[in-house]
Design a protein around this ligand. Structure first.
Ligand SMILES: Cc1cc2nc3c(=O)[nH]c(=O)nc-3n(C[C@H](O)[C@H](O)[C@H](O)COP(=O)(O)OP(=O)(O)OC[C@H]3O[C@@H](n4cnc5c(N)ncnc54)[C@H](O)[C@@H]3O)c2cc1C
Length: 476
């Protein structure tokens, strides 16, 4: 317990200044905690960071903001006020050499398929619909789930190439990933929506989104400002090197600059850094089971290839998907189409996402090699001419997407139970909690965690509380 004049304040150390950590720190600072955020990079934002590159403001991948969690949207509006734009979403997918709207409209899909492809898809889909309607089948992985709902032909033709490019082998992926991403045609839902004009229970595709005028990083920058206004600190370029434990609690954190904090009484540690990195610096060695589980919780990595083009614009879309395996990237996004305030009028930037596993041959490929392949693919997709390119650069995100494979739930449970041994430790966020959500979900996670800490409920209730984080789903 730290003494501050006559008022005794509890301390909250927050590791990581991404959307999750900053939201938790902000709420805790509002409720009187002495807050210290520790960020290893020399900027805040994590994945929700906007890079300043010459005249351009560039996000780390396309960031549309949309959520059905109303209070979070109100908070974002309150933070950014007139600096928020309401944008109409425009996205496409390249199939058989033609661009069609995404999410795919089946009527449009038929126009890009060769007649034999369309016939096979429709016949197989109808057969699947009838047979799966007759008997419910137990499914164990992503592949079985998709085949059970849409048929093998559609799976092999589109779903498998698209998914494997982004996530890796479909058979190793869990059912949860499909359930949170793919809309299954439900006759009852369609009837309710069209005839009874009832709002659907779940929105899979939003037609609009909000976006900060100068990039998604405005949100995390604002949260940082709020924390500082409330007397908290946000230390960038600093990381923990040792986390000491005593009697079932985190007792001391030592940092890369030689400084340290002692945690006493009701002081807490909220960690949003990768779980393995936290375990590695804890003084208590994990048992073999925990060590194996944390090692097995993998993440997909992304190489972001930015190309500056000497033209006012390249596409009219926010992003375009490229499912074909021969194209090295899986998605392109054009920053200017999120906000014209982020780019100069006469030039534009396109960014291609190349997804891979950390340290695989793609991750290790030379920047030149990836650039040459990307430009060739862009040319053959009819998007650019090499003479229009001004410059290119690449950024690498080792921890881009948590992989929700068939074992992840069990592995995550093991790791979380290990953290639960320490009653003042909360590991949350995209990396800290393996939660695959967007910026609003991460903010929600941060606020829920802070509220739980403030409530002073016994730590044994934390397990049930964090179950709420499993309810986030991706809206296209
Ligand atoms: C390509 C891409 C596209 C996306 N598109 C969208 C979208 O359209 N809409 C949307 O809402 N969301 C989107 N997201 C997701 C969103 O950006 C993330 O879910 C969110 O920003 C994650 O926040 P976080 O705080 O949990 O994790 P992070 O942002 O990863 O924050 C963790 C922080 O911890 C820091 N850290 C790591 N190790 C240490 C250490 N040892 N010590 C101190 N600090 C450390 C990191 O530097 C980082 O700042 C996208 C993400 C990606 C990668």
């Amino acid at each position: 317990m730290k003494a501050n004049g006559n008022i005794s304040k509890n301390m909250a150390i927050v590791l990581g200044a991404g959307a999750t950590g900053l939201a938790a720190a902000w709420r805790l600072a509002q409720k009187g905690f002495d807050v210290k955020v520790v960020e290893k990079e020399d900027y805040v934002g994590g994945q929700a960071f906007t890079l300043k590159h010459g005249d351009f403001l560039l996000d780390l991948g396309p960031h549309k903001l949309y959520s059905t969690i109303d209070y979070i949207m109100e908070i974002i509006h309150g933070l950014l006020k007139d600096d928020l734009l309401e944008q109409e979403k425009r996205s496409k997918i390249l199939i058989n050499g033609k661009y069609i709207n995404f999410p795919i409209d089946p009527k449009e899909m038929v126009t890009v398929l060769k007649p034999w492809q369309a016939t096979r898809c429709i016949v197989n889909f109808l057969y699947t619909l009838v047979t799966s309607g007759c008997k419910s089948k137990e499914v164990h992985n992503y592949e079985e789930w998709v085949i059970n709902h849409f048929g093998r032909v559609m799976y092999e033709m589109f779903v498998r190439p698209t998914t494997e490019k982004i996530w890796g082998e479909c058979r190793t992926l869990g059912v949860e990933l499909a359930e949170t991403r793919i809309r299954v045609p439900d006759i009852k839902e369609i009837f309710k929506e069209i005839v009874l004009r009832k709002k659907p229970e779940r929105i899979f595709n939003a037609k609009t989104f909000i976006y900060p005028k100068y990039g998604v990083g405005m949100i995390t920058d604002k949260m940082r400002e709020k924390i500082i206004e409330l007397g908290g600190t946000v230390s960038c370029g600093l990381h923990p090197v040792r986390v000491e434990t005593d009697n079932g609690k985190i007792s001391r954190i030592k940092y890369s600059d030689g400084s340290f904090d002692n945690l006493e009484g009701n002081d807490v540690l909220v960690s949003t850094i990768p779980k393995a990195d936290l375990i590695n610096i804890m003084d208590s060695s994990p048992d073999d089971n925990t060590a194996n589980a944390v090692e097995s919780l993998k993440e997909r990595s992304i190489i972001l290839m930015y190309i500056v083009i000497n033209k006012p614009s390249i596409t009219e879309d926010n992003w375009i998907f490229f499912p074909e395996p021969k194209i090295i990237f899986n998605r392109l996004f054009e920053q200017k189409n999120f906000s014209t305030f982020t780019c100069p009028g006469d030039r534009t930037v396109i960014c291609m996402e190349i997804t891979c596993h950390f340290d695989d041959p793609v991750w290790r490929a030379s920047a030149d090699d990836l650039y040459i392949k990307t430009v060739k693919n862009l040319q053959s997709a009819g998007l650019i001419k090499p003479e229009d390119i001004i410059e290119n650069f690449q950024l690498k995100l080792p921890h881009a997407y948590p992989i929700l494979d068939i074992y992840y739930k069990g592995n995550l449970k093991t790791v979380m139970e290990y953290f639960d041994k320490y009653e003042n430790l909360y590991s949350i966020g995209r990396q800290g909690g393996s939660i695959y959500g967007g910026v609003p979900d991460c903010m929600d996670m941060g606020f829920i965690t802070a509220d739980f800490i403030i409530s002073k409920k016994h730590h044994s209730h934390w397990k049930a509380e964090r179950e709420k984080f499993n309810g986030y789903f991706v809206v296209d």
